[in-house]
Design a protein around this ligand. Structure first.
Ligand SMILES: *[C@@H]1O[C@H](CO)[C@@H](O)[C@H](O)[C@H]1NC(C)=O
Ligand SMILES: *[C@@H]1O[C@H](CO)[C@@H](O)[C@H](O)[C@H]1NC(C)=O
Ligand SMILES: *[C@@H]1O[C@H](CO)[C@@H](O)[C@H](O)[C@H]1NC(C)=O
Length: 342
């Protein structure tokens, strides 16, 4: 059915749609890879509505629940997290772009707002792994909302990143002066890809808090975490995660929402006094008229692919963020970090 070609890529036509099959050499990505299984051919769907089937060369967590990376331990993308078809080279190139953005960012007439995250914040640049994508068309207008709110936004985000990858990037991307600026705000939205990779809510929340703790330890600015947004791609992605992530009946879960809620509850209860956990901005993204068994879990007018907010969705997020403490003029007195009062 398929034809092998060099360099390790073949194109197959299935029922009129084109899928690209790519072989990823584990050795090119991670010499410490977990098992010695031969690399497998994995279909990568290029159509927007089925981006969910993109996956790494090896599953993050094996069937017994042992995972290849830890959400709280900094690492570049590995064979467990570099997407087949968009392999680690694309991630490294985006890291270099972010480093360049950090280096060229200058103090301006408004205070810095660094937006740290995954594809959701990378959409603010109109791209995914540095490549313009249709689903992010128009999203960069949301940067103007942050600017109107009185901030100078700097997105440092990479599509597909999990907490451990952001932990790796922050020391490389954030320039020293910005880490030392008391007027800087660091807004973090990360963790949904940990759930998508099969991490449980507890370790995922711990990973988000590790990111927050790193910023609190290493910067003088205000640190804020945005709770995870709803996602409706469970029916497509969750069957791939079982085992090890199965319901009590041994079948795949059907929704990510219980896990999203658990992560958000853990963030809200975090014992990090200097951390601002923003209010949940996710409500508009839920489809309240949904029929549980027929999809439609999220509001597709704001999240057409069930995972990524579109331009309208991003504008709602910006408005929600800017009206939450510690953002907005009415909260200026709460913006200071506690250690400044000590
Ligand atoms: C923010 O702080 C930086 C570094 O201390 C400073 O250079 C910059 O002028 C400040 N920006 C504003 C808008 O006050
Ligand atoms: C932050 O500092 C605390 C206390 O010094 C330390 O225990 C913790 O490991 C640090 N965390 C990070 C992510 O740097
Ligand atoms: C909400 O869910 C219903 C039922 O699945 C679906 O028919 C409708 O199109 C969805 N609405 C949006 C905006 O996603």
């Amino acid at each position: 059915m398929f034809l092998r070609m060099r360099p390790a890529m073949v194109t197959v036509v299935f029922a009129g749609s084109v899928a690209v099959l790519c072989r990823v050499s584990r050795h090119a990505l991670a010499p410490q890879a977990r098992s010695a299984d031969p690399p497998t051919w994995v279909p990568v769907c290029e159509r927007e509505e089925c981006h969910e089937v993109r996956q790494a060369a090896l599953p993050m967590c094996d069937t017994s629940g042992v995972c290849g990376e830890s959400p709280s331990v900094a690492t570049p993308r590995t064979v467990f997290s570099a997407l087949v078809g968009k392999p680690q080279g694309a991630w490294s190139r985006q890291l270099e772009r972010n480093k360049a953005s950090g280096r060229s960012f200058r103090a301006s007439s408004t205070p810095p707002l660094v937006l740290l995250g995954d594809s959701i914040f990378e959409s603010l640049l109109g791209t995914s792994l540095g490549v313009p994508v249709e689903r992010a068309a128009g999203v960069p207008v949301a940067l103007e909302a942050y600017a109107r709110g009185g901030y100078d936004p700097l997105p440092l985000a990479i599509s597909g990143d999990q907490t451990q990858h952001l932990l790796w990037r922050m020391p490389l991307e954030l320039p020293r002066w910005l880490l030392g600026a008391e007027n800087a705000t660091f807004l973090v939205l990360i963790g949904t890809n940990n759930l998508g990779a099969g991490f449980l809510p507890g370790p995922t929340a711990a990973g988000v808090l590790a990111v927050a703790r790193w910023l609190l330890n290493n910067s003088k600015g205000v640190v804020a975490v945005l709770p995870l947004l709803p996602r409706g791609d469970g029916p497509m992605r969750l069957p791939r995660l079982c085992p090890p992530r199965c319901g009590p009946d041994g079948k795949p879960f059907t929704s990510f929402m219980p896990a999203v809620r658990k992560v958000n509850a853990a963030l809200a209860n975090a014992d990090l006094p200097d951390l601002n956990v923003l209010r949940d901005c996710g409500a508009p993204f839920l489809n309240t008229t949904r029929n549980k068994n027929k999809g439609g879990e999220v509001n597709r007018d704001l999240m057409p692919d069930s995972l990524h907010p579109n331009a309208k969705g991003h504008t709602l997020i910006a408005d929600c963020v800017l009206s939450s403490p510690p953002f907005g003029d009415q909260y200026r007195h709460r913006r200071r970090r506690r250690h400044h009062h000590r």
